[in-house]
Design a protein around this ligand. Sequence first.
Ligand code: 3PG
Ligand code: MG
Length: 350
Amino acid sequence: MRLPRSVRDADVAGKTVLVRADLNVPLEHGEVADDTRIRSSVPTLALLLEHGAAEVRVCSHLGRPKTDGDRATYSMEPVERRLRELLPGNRLVVLENTRFNPGETKNEDGFARELAAGCDLYVNDAFGSAHRAHASTEAVAHLLPAYAGLLLLAELEHLSALLGDVERPFVLVSGGAKVDDKLGVLQNLGGRADTVLIGGKMAEQIRVENPLDFDVVLPTDVVGASAFEPDAEAGIFPFDGLPEGWLGLDIGPLTRASYAPAITGARTIFWNGPMGVFEWSRFAEGTKAVAQAVAGNDAAFSVVGGADSVRALNELGLAERISWVSTGGGASLELLEGKDLPGVAAIPEA
Ligand code: 3PG
Ligand code: MG
C-alpha cells in the first residue's frame, strides 16, 4: 500500500500547524458519549507540541449539521473540553465544526484557504474522514506542505492486513445507521468474505429492497417497537412479520443465537456498525451478543470499526480483546474495498 509521508519527518519547530483530526464522536445530552476518537488523536497533537510547534490548530467535523438550528447541537465545545483535559496548554487551538461552513463538504477551495490562512503546514490525522473529499481533508492538503498523522498511519498499517490473503473463514458483520453510504461498499467488499451477517438498519433496508448480488445472512427475527422511542411498546417478531408501522430496532434472540457461532468459527473478522439501537438498553442485546462473540474469538484477527461499534465495545469493557479497534467506520470499509481514500491520496508519498 502507498503510505503517505509521516508527521515524524516534518520540521515543525516554531511553526503553526493545522491538524485535521476526526473528533466526530457520539454525543448524548450534549456530552461526549465515547471519547475514543479524541484519545486517539492525542499522540499526534502531543508530538507536534513536543517538537516545538508554536501553535497546533486542530479542526474536525462533528455530526451532520444541516440547519442553523443544528449549530448548538453540533458545537465542538464538549469535544474541546474533553481534549483540553487530556492535553492542557495554550498552544492548542480548537476550531469550530468544519461543517458549519457549507464549503467543507463541497471541498471548496475558498474554505480550504480560510483554514490554511496563517498556517505553515498541514497534518491529516483524521482516518475516520479520509474517505471524504472535503475542504479540510482534501483541498487544504494542496495548499500547505501536507503530512500524515500517527493515527492515520497506524490505521493504514493495521487495516492493510485485511487487504491481502486473509485466514478463512472471513466473516463480515455489518450494521449501523448510515445505510446509503454502506450498501455500495458492501456490494464491492462482500464478495471477498465467506459470510456476511447483516443487522441494524441495514437489515431493515435490505428487507424492503436488496440490491446486493451475493448471498448475505439476514436476521430471522427482530425486536420490533411501535415507535422510535426508548420506552416504546416492543416485542419479538419474525424478520418479515413486523406489524404495519412498527420498526425493527434490534436483531432478535434466534438471530443472536445463529450469528454468535458464525463469528466464533471465523479466523478473520471485520465488524462495522451496531445491530440495533444499542444506546437504549432494551434494544442492545444484539449488539452485545456480536461484541461478545467477536471479543471472545481469540483465534481470529479481528477488526472493529465505526464510532458506534467501538462505543459499544468500550461500554462492555471488551475493546482490549479486539486485534485492531479502528477509528474509521466508512473509511475502513472503503479502504477494504480497495479504494484510494482522498484524504490519504492528497498527501505526498513517504
Ligand atoms: C464517521 O463517523 O464515519 C466519520 O467521522 C465521517 O462522518 P460522515 O459519515 O458524517 O462523513
Ligand atoms: Mg460514524
